[in-house]
Design a protein around this ligand. Structure first.
Ligand SMILES: Cc1cc2nc3c(=O)[nH]c(=O)nc-3n(C[C@H](O)[C@H](O)[C@H](O)COP(=O)(O)O)c2cc1C
Length: 182
C-alpha cells in the first residue's frame, strides 16, 4: 500500500512546508503503508488549458510536468492532502493540480491535514465535495492546525495532542485503503 502526501501550497516561505515535514516524519514511522511526498511546488503543474478534459484523457497528456504529476498520483493507492485555506476555500494551485488529472484519482481514499487562521476547516469541507467527483472516499477524522496556536518562535510547532490526532487519522486511512483493495 502506497500513500501520497500531497503538499498543497506552492508559495515561497509557505507554512505548509513545516506541516509537510511533520506529517511525513510521522507517516514514515508507520508500518502498514509506504508514504511518499508529492510536493506540488516541485511538480510545477501548469494552469489547465488543454482542450481535452482530463477525465477523458486516458492518463495521456501533452505537457511533461502534467505527465510526471499523473504518474506520481497514479502510483498511489490513497492520499493525505495537506491543504491551506485561501479565502474560505481550497488553494487555487492545488485545485488546478487536482483538476489537471482524471482517472488517476478514481476511487482512492483521501484524508486531510488543514491549517490556517481558522485551522483550514472550510477548505476541507470544500475538498470533501470536490473529491466526490472521482468517487474518492474521504476519511472523517482530520487534523486541523492553527497558524497561531501550533507555532513557536521558530515557526510551525504542533501542540502535543496533534501527534495522536495524526496517528488516528492515518490509521483510519490505511484501514480504508486496505478494505477497498479486497
Ligand atoms: C490568498 C490567501 C488567502 C487566505 N485566506 C485565508 C482564509 O480564508 N482563512 C484562513 O484561515 N487563512 C487564510 N489565509 C492565511 C493562511 O492561512 C496563511 O497565510 C497560511 O500560512 C497559508 O498557507 P501557506 O503559507 O502554506 O501557503 C490566506 C492566505 C492567503 C495567501
Amino acid at each position: 500500500m502506497k500513500i501520497g502526501i500531497v503538499i498543497g501550497s506552492v508559495r515561497d516561505g509557505r507554512f505548509g512546508e513545516g506541516v509537510g515535514q511533520w506529517v511525513t516524519e510521522a507517516a514514515q514511522k508507520r508500518e502498514a503503508a509506504t508514504y511518499e511526498v508529492l510536493d506540488l511546488k516541485e511538480f510545477n503543474v501548469p494552469l489547465l488549458t488543454s482542450a481535452t478534459v482530463p477525465g477523458a484523457a486516458n492518463k495521456q497528456y501533452d505537457d511533461e510536468n502534467v505527465t510526471a504529476w499523473s504518474q506520481a498520483v497514479d502510483s498511489c493507492d490513497g492520499f493525505v492532502f495537506i491543504t491551506p485555506e485561501y479565502n474560505h476555500g481550497v488553494p487555487g494551485a492545488m485545485k488546478n493540480a487536482y483538476d489537471s488529472l482524471g482517472m488517476e484519482w478514481w476511487g482512492k481514499p483521501v484524508a486531510f491535514v488543514s491549517y490556517g487562521a481558522a485551522e483550514g476547516v472550510r477548505a476541507v469541507e470544500s475538498w470533501r465535495q470536490i473529491v466526490g467527483n472521482f468517487q474518492q472516499y474521504d476519511v472523517r477524522n482530520q487534523v486541523t492546525l492553527s497558524i497561531f496556536n501550533d507555532v513557536d518562535d521558530n515557526g510551525f510547532a504542533p501542540q502535543e495532542r496533534r501527534a495522536g490526532e495524526l496517528d488516528t487519522m492515518l490509521g483510519d486511512l490505511e484501514k480504508l485503503v486496505a478494505q477497498l483493495a479486497k
